[in-house]
Ligand binder design. Structure first.
Ligand SMILES: Cc1cc2nc3c(=O)[nH]c(=O)nc-3n(C[C@H](O)[C@H](O)[C@H](O)COP(=O)(O)OP(=O)(O)OC[C@H]3O[C@@H](n4cnc5c(N)ncnc54)[C@H](O)[C@@H]3O)c2cc1C
Length: 297
């Protein structure tokens, strides 16, 4: 199975962006049927460069994540990356997950610290586990021949009270620990991403691939909840429009597509190496956005 760093390298040499789609392990059988029976087949037609599957809080989806990554690779012929967190896991348990992943021909890991169980309070490292994702990155790099991605935060990580530039400096540490590329948290103001990119490249001398994370909004309530959880901000004019559409999810989703297309067009003009779409296990919005960007591929 191909490694994502090689895919990025190839796309870069072709002067084309890499497009990737992110999914989460469905909680129900119905959700699984929908994902594998219609969402993935529809999105496959967009020929993504790779996909990724999230890792549930507290490692709750460990087997499901690996099963899903394996199935996407086998049944759809797509390169797929497994997310992996340090939450409630010792080094030995993480080593087991990585060995299991390797046996399943999984060659790409998004190395994350994860959030505290329940999403509240400060993160506390498990005894015998890792405190920060940079430690997980170093561990994977030392023991496995895998391509490693890490998370970046254009507005700074929500728990980093020292300010975003301190958080960006820590991102540089995880890259220096052995990460090949960075995928960002969702953001809606491209200026946030461009300031972040400039700082990483010009101030910190980071040259690893930086991929913006794009979320086509599906509903007003949902995006309010997401942004509260992850700390991303919604520009005032966008929020006003979404508030006007708060009772009409179809209209909010249509606006979400229009907004994401504009955002992506501008980012592509800025020469980003790729776009990572948070699909939320739905096909329609990502399909529409990617179709609208066809001339860039
Ligand atoms: C693209 C993407 C995908 C994600 N996928 C998942 C997923 O699948 N499952 C999931 O549970 N979560 C996921 N998350 C969320 C992520 O786990 C959380 O944002 C988490 O709080 C931080 O993870 P991290 O890997 O960035 O942590 P870290 O890089 O370890 O950083 C966490 C915090 O610690 C601080 N820090 C880092 N190093 C130090 C240090 N040396 N001293 C003091 N402070 C330090 C940082 O500034 C930051 O505030 C994802 C996020 C993104 C952007």
């Amino acid at each position: 199975m191909r490694q994502i760093r090689d895919i990025h390298q190839q796309r870069k040499s072709e002067g084309k962006p890499a497009f990737s789609f992110e999914f989460f392990p469905p909680k129900t059988e119905k959700g699984e049927e929908a994902l594998f029976g219609s969402v993935l087949p529809e999105l496959q037609t967009m020929a993504p460069d790779y996909c990724s599957v999230t890792y549930g809080a507290g490692g709750s989806t460990r087997d499901k994540t690996l099963d899903m990554v394996e199935r996407i690779q086998k049944d759809f012929g797509l390169v797929c990356m497994s997310h992996l967190t340090c939450v409630q896991a010792t080094k030995e348990q993480i080593a087991q997950v990585l060995q299991d992943a390797e046996k399943r021909n999984i060659r790409n890991i998004l190395a994350l610290r994860g959030d505290p169980p329940g999403g509240v309070g400060p993160f506390e490292a498990t005894e015998g586990g890792f405190a920060y994702s940079k430690d997980l990155v170093a561990f994977i790099r030392a023991h496995h021949e895998m391509s490693i991605g890490v998370a970046g935060f254009p507005e700074g990580h929500i728990a980093c009270k020292e300010g975003k530039e301190i958080d960006w400096g820590r991102l540089k540490e995880k890259v220096d620990a052995g990460a090949d590329f960075v995928v960002t948290q969702l953001f809606f103001d491209n200026e946030d991403f461009l300031r972040f990119r400039d700082h990483m490249v010009k101030e910190l001398g980071m040259h690893q691939t930086l991929i913006p994370g794009i979320l086509p909004v599906l509903s007003t309530r949902q995006i309010q909840r997401f942004t509260e959880l992850c700390g991303a901000s919604i520009p005032t004019p966008m929020m006003q429009r979404l508030e006007d559409l708060s009772e009409d999810d179809a209209a909010a989703a249509a606006f979400g597509i229009e907004y994401a297309v504009g955002q992506c067009e501008e980012l592509l003009k800025e020469g980003v190496a790729g776009l990572h779409f948070y699909c939320l296990n739905k096909a329609h919005s990502t399909l529409e956005v990617v179709r609208a960007l066809a001339s860039h591929r």
